[in-house]
Design a protein. Structure first.
Length: 313
């Protein structure tokens, strides 16, 4: 288990992404995935109020609703760390104080809970002063509706500004940062954000840890799984550099007798500040390699091989 930044949140070193719940995983399948994750030692579920508003006929909040129904049915709310986000729900766009408060109330209702363990500003809203957004998050903390603050998809200057506001006001700073970061997308995180993470002791929870399935080895040619929900996103990594990363992953996976996905996530866990990479499982069968990553120890030579192979990706 690991602690998220300077918080009191102790989590399994692999966070379960909830973006598939209500989208590519129906309610029954989602419950099975959540049950399997917890049975495997997991306790950290990450979602957002906008999941899955992009699906025709969906309004957003489908994932939160399923998670809320699951914790209610299992009676396990207090043993599960739940993270969700605000700013992209169709009815709660942006980060004005009004939107943040309204979005939080809606998320609490869908999640069937009195508190959110980790509440993120999902995407920055450059039209709203950081002071206003940070103040609204602080008000939610004081009210006991959220326990900790996280930021995702911010620019480095705006990230620093949020910390400066908290320092000036005497507010607890954000404890978590959720960047897009994996073996085929190392920048801009490493050059722009890693120094800020180190300076402030932020817990890093990378999303898209498997690059939409590419780093699970699912997509090696343009025709692989054509027409699946994530194939277009993964196809952009089908480059010589991307395939070189897969080749390195193949060698290490074979040496350990594990799946490629396990190695890709284990590499992230060697990065400074990374607490729990986030990955989703559409079915229970996809959980095994994710859970295995939490205990997979790579050698220094293996980490170096992946560093070199991914340097050009």
């Amino acid at each position: 288990m690991a602690v998220i930044g300077k918080s009191d949140l102790v989590v399994f070193p692999l966070g379960l992404g909830g973006n598939t719940f209500g989208w590519t995983s129906d309610k029954e399948t989602s419950f099975s995935v959540l049950d399997g994750y917890v049975a495997g030692g997991g306790n950290f579920v990450d979602t957002a109020d906008s999941y899955s508003a992009w699906v025709p006929g969906h309004g957003g909040g489908e994932s939160e609703s399923i998670i809320g129904q699951w914790t209610k049915a299992r009676g396990n709310r207090d043993s599960v760390v739940i993270a969700t986000k605000v700013s992209r729900h169709p009815q709660f766009r942006g980060l004005s104080a009004k939107i943040i408060h309204g979005g939080a109330e809606a998320s609490l209702t869908r999640l069937q809970t009195d508190y959110i363990d980790l509440y993120y500003a999902h995407y920055d809203d450059p039209d709203v002063p950081v002071q206003e957004s940070a103040g609204a998050f602080r008000e939610l903390q004081v009210a006991g509706k959220i326990r900790n603050v996280g930021l995702s998809n911010y620019t480095a200057p705006r990230l620093r500004e949020w910390f400066a506001v908290c320092q000036a006001e005497g507010w607890p700073p954000p404890v978590a940062f959720q960047p897009h970061y994996n073996l085929v997308a190392r920048e801009p995180y490493e050059s722009e954000f890693a120094p800020i993470v180190a300076e402030f002791g932020i817990g890093v929870l990378p999303y898209s840890a498997l690059a939409s399935g590419f780093l699970a080895g699912k997509y090696r040619t343009a025709s692989d799984n054509a027409g699946t929900a994530r194939q277009p996103a993964a196809a952009r990594y089908l480059t010589p550099a991307g395939l070189a990363v897969l080749a390195a992953l193949d060698n290490i996976a074979a040496a350990h007798g594990v799946e490629v996905a396990s190695v890709a996530i284990a590499w992230l866990l060697t990065r400074p500040g990374v607490v729990a990479p986030l990955a989703s499982a559409r079915t229970v069968d996809q959980l095994g390699p994710l859970l295995a990553a939490a205990t997979l120890k790579l050698t220094a030579d293996e980490v170096n091989a992946l560093d070199v192979a991914s340097a050009e990706a």
